[in-house]
Design a protein around this ligand. Structure first.
Ligand code: NAD
Length: 267
C-alpha cells in the first residue's frame, strides 16, 4: 500500500513516517508540509530519525495524492478540510487524526466521505478506544448518582482544549447515559460556579511539559469513586493505529468511519 504523509515535519508526521517504514507491505511515496515550512526540500526519512529515504518534503499534494492509496493526516483543521477535498477527488483513503474540528467541519468531512474512505478518530490508540467503549458501558451501568468528570493532561505545545480524546470520552459517557454532551458538558469552571448539576459531564484540562496524553474518566459517587484511565507513553501508539486504520479501510466502501469500526468495537 502506498502512503502520503501530510504534516510530515510535525511530531505526529515524523511518527507516521517511522510507522510506515516498520509496517509490512507499506511504502511512503511522498511527504507534504505547508507552504513556507522550513522542512521543505529536506529528506523525510532523515527528519524522522530513520536515515535518508530519498523522499524530499514538498508542498504539492495534488500530484502525490494521484499516486497513492492512502493519506495520513495529523495537521490542523483548515488543512485537513482542504486535504479531504483532494482525497475525495482522488478516491483514496484519508486517515484523519487532526483534532479541534468543529461541527461544521465534520459536516464537510461527511460530504467528502461520499467519495473517500475517511477514518477519523481523536485518538488512534487501541487502549484509548477500549477506554471509550468501557466509559460508555460504565456510564450506562451507573446512574446519575455518579458524577462523571473527564480529566486530561497534554504537553505544553498543544493548542486545542479539551483534547479530542477527552471529547470522545465525554461523548461515550453521554451516549451511555442517553443524554447529549452538548446539553450536559461543562467545559470550564471559575469563581462562584454554584453546585455541580446532577447529570453534568465535567471536563478539566491540564497542560505542561512533554506529556503525550493522559486521560481519566472519573465516576464519583457518594463514598466511592470509580476511575478508568489511560496514559500514553509513546506517539507510536497513534501512528501504528493510523497505519492499521488505512489498511483496514483499503477495501471498504466510501464512508466516514471511526477507530471503533477499525477495531471492531462499535455496536
Ligand atoms: P505539530 O504542530 O507537531 O504538527 C502539525 C504539522 O502539520 C506541522 O508540521 C505543520 O506545519 C503541518 N501543517 C499545518 N498545516 C499544513 C498544511 N496546510 N499542509 C501541510 N502541512 C501542514 O502537531 P502534532 O503534535 O503532530 O499534532 C497534529 C494534530 O494531531 C493535532 O491536531 C493533534 O491534536 C493531533 N493528534 C491526534 C492524535 C490521534 O491519535 N488522533 C494523536 C496525537 C496528536
Amino acid at each position: 500500500m502506498r502512503f502520503v504523509v501530510v504534516g510530515a515535519a510535525g511530531r505526529m508526521g515524523q511518527a507516521l513516517i517511522r510507522a510506515i517504514a516498520e509496517a509490512e507491505n507499506c511504502e511512503l511515496i511522498a511527504a507534504i508540509e505547508r507552504e513556507g515550512s522550513d522542512a521543505l526540500g529536506k529528506d523525510s526519512g532523515e527528519l524522522s530519525g530513520l536515515g535518508a529515504n530519498g523522499i524530499a518534503i514538498t508542498d504539492d499534494p495534488i500530484a502525490c495524492f494521484a499516486r497513492c492509496e492512502a493519506v495520513l493526516d495529523f495537521t490542523a483543521p483548515k488543512a485537513t478540510l482542504a486535504f479531504a477535498e483532494l482525497a475525495a477527488q482522488a478516491r483514496i483513503v484519508h486517515v484523519i487524526g487532526t483534532t479541534g474540528l468543529e461541527e461544521d467541519d465534520i459536516k464537510k468531512l461527511d460530504a467528502a466521505a461520499r467519495h473517500a474512505r475517511i477514518v477519523r478518530a481523536g485518538n488512534m490508540s487501541l487502549g484509548v478506544n477500549l477506554l471509550a467503549a468501557m466509559t460508555k458501558k460504565v456510564a450506562a451501568a451507573l446512574d446519575a448518582d455518579f458524577d462523571i468528570e473527564i480529566v486530561e493532561m497534554h504537553h505544553r505545545h498543544k493548542v486545542d482544549a479539551p483534547s479530542g480524546t477527552a471529547l470522545m470520552l465525554g461523548e461515550a459517557a453521554a451516549e451511555g447515559r442517553g443524554i447529549s454532551l452538548k446539553d450536559h458538558g461543562v467545559f470550564s469552571r471559575h469563581g462562584i460556579t454554584g453546585e455541580r448539576k446532577r447529570g453534568d459531564i465535567g471536563f478539566a484540562t491540564l497542560r505542561g511539559g512533554s506529556v503525550i496524553g493522559d486521560h481519566e474518566a472519573i465516576f464519583a459517587g457518594t463514598g466511592e469513586r470509580f476511575v478508568l484511565s489511560h496514559y500514553a507513553g509513546d506517539r507510536s501508539i497513534f501512528s501504528r493505529g493510523a497505519v492499521k486504520a488505512a489498511i483496514w479501510a483499503f477495501d471498504k466502501k466510501p464512508g466516514h468511519y471511526s477507530m471503533a469500526d477499525v477495531l471492531g468495537l462499535s455496536d
